[in-house]
Design a binder for this molecule. Structure first.
Ligand SMILES: [Fe+2]
Ligand SMILES: [Fe+2]
Length: 261
């Protein structure tokens, strides 16, 4: 009897010892797991910070490139800023996410970055360009794309799409490739509308700026040179209702100096 009791006691002791050992192991495993999760979280945060720093560096670099191209083009910082705002309004009206709206806002200023490679004499030339000059001038789209190509940053990818397609027309009459309809990336179609509106409103050495009403009439009804068929019909329908916001932006951002950083 006594020995049986001893045996049970012994077994219980052994079970308790094993249970304690198991709990110790579990605690150690949990601690390891926690440490691992913390390490992972730290690595992720670091990675995220690096990615956003890299994205910011891309943006800064390209903004400087944009500034260089605006000096050359005599384009004002106001124009660059306004095109960003028009693009964001259109993207918002299409139901884009906040992130994508911000992306087009940042990518739009680079639309004419390829002008950096166009000879000054050509950029400053007054009057109608001959066929050869026009071809060189139109190549700013392809040069812009080459400058922005080869990165997997979403910002630069969108900027490249915009650079190469912001003179394409919905009806296929644009350049450089004569793309039509949905062949033209939506970001390019968006910037094309904003860029056109702003060009109509802006004063140039050879013309006065048009009023908001006149710019709208030209875009929505055409004037022989600009035609409604040039624009994405969905964007045109949006423009028809939100155009007062375009006017607000035009009046608000009147910086006449080249783009400031
Ligand atoms: Fe352009
Ligand atoms: Fe422009």
């Amino acid at each position: 009897m006594q020995s049986e009791l001893e045996a049970v006691k012994g077994q219980l002791k052994e079970l308790t010892r094993r249970e304690r050992a198991r709990q110790r192991e579990m605690t150690a495993a949990r601690r390891k797991l926690r440490e691992f999760a913390q390490d992972l979280e730290f690595a992720l945060a670091l990675e995220r910070r690096r990615a956003s720093e890299l994205e910011q560096a891309y943006y800064d670099m390209v903004l400087r490139l944009t500034r260089a191209s605006t000096y050359k083009d005599n384009e004002t910082g106001g124009h660059i800023q306004r095109v960003s705002f028009y693009a964001r309004i259109l993207a918002r009206s299409l139901g884009w996410s906040e992130v994508d709206q911000e992306l087009i806002f940042r990518a739009a200023p680079m639309h004419d970055v390829g002008k950096i490679a166009i000879p000054d004499t050509l950029i400053r030339k007054r009057g109608r360009l001959g066929a050869e000059d026009r071809q060189v001038m139109e190549s700013h789209t392809l040069i812009g794309a080459q400058l922005l190509e080869g990165s997997n940053s979403r910002l630069l990818e969108m900027a490249r799409d915009i650079a190469v397609t912001h003179h394409e027309h919905w009806d296929g009459t644009g350049y450089p490739r004569g793309l039509a309809g949905n062949q033209i990336p939506i970001a390019g179609r968006i910037v094309m509308l904003g860029d056109n509106y702003d060009a109509l409103r802006s004063r140039r050495s050879y013309k006065q700026g048009f009023s908001h009403e006149k710019a709208c009439r030209i875009i929505l009804e055409g004037d022989g040179r600009t035609r409604p068929e040039h624009f994405d019909p969905e964007l045109l329908a949006i423009f028809r209702t939100i155009h007062p916001e375009f006017n607000g932006i035009f009046e608000q951002f009147q910086q006449t100096e080249p783009l400031a950083l």
